[in-house]
Design a protein around this ligand. Structure first.
Ligand SMILES: O=C(O)c1ccccc1N[C@@H]1O[C@H](COP(=O)(O)O)[C@@H](O)[C@H]1O
Length: 213
């Protein structure tokens, strides 16, 4: 079993791809630590700035509002950031590009063959964490697929946010193998793309709590 640096007493939970007010309310009621909003227009879960503003305003204090971007124009980030606490970069953004936007950020890395995670942790040392997701050519993320969790070294110097194909059924095993700082899920808590399922969100949360013991 591995243990990543900065791991808190419990695994933090981010629910991503919020598009509806009722889903935001249900996620907060379930006890999510962070909610994600996709600002990449290519996603079935994309929201525009007006929708983001509407949804983000429902989020109470101490629940982190995360904006997901894929190689965005700086102007989009600037407009969205007013409604966000943290930026999540899911494209080919360089460390300098992420840092230049002047906001707290995390970097998503897709686990393609040959990826050197330790080197990436050094390159993205200014990030608040590394989100590790499955790799599928041609898609920037949100594949609903898992990857080989044993590829994640215990010695990473940044907090690990584990993503990719997590569900209420497999998240406990993922936590046991990886011991991540946080887990991030989108498809595994949905009835359909962009439509979250309150029962699945509650089941995911309970599975994480049980895994934390
Ligand atoms: O959700 C999307 O549509 C998306 C689009 C582009 C990049 C990332 C995207 N989602 C993120 O991917 C991971 C894993 O998602 P899943 O649980 O496998 O569905 C997660 O961080 C999503 O927020």
């Amino acid at each position: 079993m591995t243990e990543h640096g900065n791991r808190p007493g419990r695994t933090r939970i981010k629910f991503c791809g919020m598009t509806r007010p009722e889903d935001v309310d249900a996620a907060v009621a379930a006890g999510a630590d962070a909610l994600g909003f996709v600002l990449w227009p290519g996603s079935k879960r994309a929201v525009d700035i007006a929708c983001l503003a509407h949804l983000a305003a429902r989020v109470p204090a101490f629940v982190t509002r995360v904006g997901l971007f894929v190689d965005p124009e700086p102007e989009l980030v600037a407009r969205a950031a007013e409604h966000l606490d943290l930026l999540q970069f899911h494209g080919e953004e360089s460390p300098a590009t992420c840092a230049a936007l002047g906001r707290p950020w995390i970097k998503a890395l897709r686990m393609r063959d040959g990826l050197d995670l330790s080197a990436a942790a050094g390159d993205y040392h200014q990030s608040r964490g590394l989100l590790l997701d499955a790799y599928r050519p041609g898609l920037p993320g949100g594949t609903g697929e898992t990857f080989d969790w044993s590829r994640i070294p215990a010695s990473l110097t940044k907090p690990v946010i584990l993503a990719g194909g997590l569900t209420p059924a497999n998240v406990a095993e993922a936590i046991a193998v990886v011991r991540p700082y946080a887990v991030d899920v989108s498809g595994g808590i949905e009835a359909a793309p962009g439509r979250k399922d309150a029962a699945l969100m509650a089941a995911f949360l309970q599975a994480v709590r049980r895994a934390d013991g």
